[in-house]
Design a protein around this ligand. Structure first.
Ligand code: KG4
Ligand code: ZN
Length: 353
């Protein structure tokens, strides 16, 4: 089974072809064009700029992956595109392109939920069986989900304000560390003392598994007002305190969800972490402790599969195709598309799918 995957829901334009002979998959070709340079002048992703950049790049990337894999379109078993949730202008570019290719080649179209692509990505390269507990932490998402199977998700927690990557990006901006903020903040934190500035770890000890990060960002702003922002040691200490507070909050929320997961899903073996923030070392170490304390194994896709990419979309397409779940060319892109539509909206929740 060979599927082409297209990703264009945020600020990465990506395409990949994945092959599977049953278990797991092999990436035959992949390309990711990051739009960081286009968005850097604005300090964040500008939807209109993103949509135009996807349009400029996507056809080139598609030619490259087909060439590299040595395949004609007709040799594919499916053409998958992220069809939501995310920035609708970019999603429309990917979906329209995928439908056009499907139409001319007669290959089935697969409308992939971007969150499902993140959720299943670990199974491309590792033997992780259902059910598993998933912590999805990226620039746009911060959720705890039980992945019961393909298309079957139970949301245990979500953010009531910022996504965790967004909190890293905004805090890095406050600290003058540049964009994108996550990796820059982690580098600054490496030299810092997390104990110099006591920051709150939001939601710790509260029932449930929801997240909140906006108060932490405000606490950083207040602390910053009391130091010399030109003093690199103070900035490092504050970055370290922020990173520690986030890691403690994520571990607490995930620990609660793991308690519920192990009690209700005794066959479950894994805690999976995915999304761009999963690259953070302190957070990974904290999650390893949580997993061990609950008798679970922490599994994470390799970093290039954690950030937005085409291979995870192709892989989700393969998982759906195996179950016969193809989509019609009349599928309408969805700016919002929750994985668990039955989950109640978190109090004060923003537009975080
Ligand atoms: O998954 P991703 O590439 O895109 C989204 O779907 O959002 O995640 C990007 C996010 C950004 O907010 C970035 O700052 C954050 O992941 N990030 C990190 C690290 N590397 C990327 N956050 C903390 N530590 C890192 N090392
Ligand atoms: Zn993503």
């Amino acid at each position: 089974m060979r599927v082409l995957g297209i990703e264009s829901s945020c600020d990465e334009t990506a395409a990949a072809i994945v092959e599977s002979d049953g278990e797991g998959g092999v990436i035959l070709a992949e390309r990711v064009h990051s739009q960081i340079a286009e968005h850097r002048p604005y300090g964040g992703v500008v939807p209109e700029v993103a949509a135009r950049a996807h349009l400029d790049r996507l056809d080139i990337l598609l030619e490259q992956v087909l060439d590299e894999a040595g395949l004609e379109l007709a040799a594919l078993d499916g053409i998958a595109a992220t069809s939501g949730p995310g920035l609708i202008g970019g999603i429309m570019v990917g979906v329209t392109t995928a439908k056009a290719l499907a139409l001319v080649s007669g290959v089935p179209f697969l409308a992939v939920n971007h969150l499902e692509a993140h959720a299943l990505s670990v199974r491309l390269g590792m033997k992780v069986t259902f059910p598993y507990l998933l912590l999805l932490i990226s620039g746009g998402h911060c959720q705890l989900l039980v992945v019961e199977g393909v298309g079957r998700y139970r949301r245990l927690g979500t953010t009531i304000d910022d996504a965790v990557g967004e909190a890293f990006d905004k805090t890095a901006k406050l600290l003058g560390l540049g964009y994108p903020g996550g990796p820059a903040l982690e580098r600054a934190a490496a030299a810092g003392d997390p104990r110099r500035f006591p920051l709150p770890s939001p939601m710790v000890g509260r029932p449930g598994s929801d997240f909140s990060f906006s108060g932490l960002k405000t606490a950083v702003r207040h602390a910053l007002a009391r130091i010399d922002p030109e003093d690199p040691a103070a900035v490092s200490d504050l970055a370290a305190a922020f990173q520690r507070a986030v890691a403690v909050a994520l571990a607490d929320r995930t620990g609660r969800a793991a308690g519920l997961f192990t009690a209700e899903y005794p066959a479950g073996r894994h805690l999976v972490v995915a999304g761009g923030v999963a690259a953070n070392r302190e957070i990974r170490l904290a999650l390893e402790e949580v997993a061990a304390a609950s008798g679970l194994t922490l599994a994470a896709p390799p970093p290039q599969l954690c950030t937005d990419n085409g291979a995870m979309v192709a892989w989700a397409g393969i998982e759906r195709l195996r179950l016969g779940l193809t989509d019609g060319l009349d599928f309408a892109p969805r700016p919002r598309w929750p994985l668990d539509p039955s989950a109640p909206a978190a109090a004060f929740a923003g537009v975080k799918a």
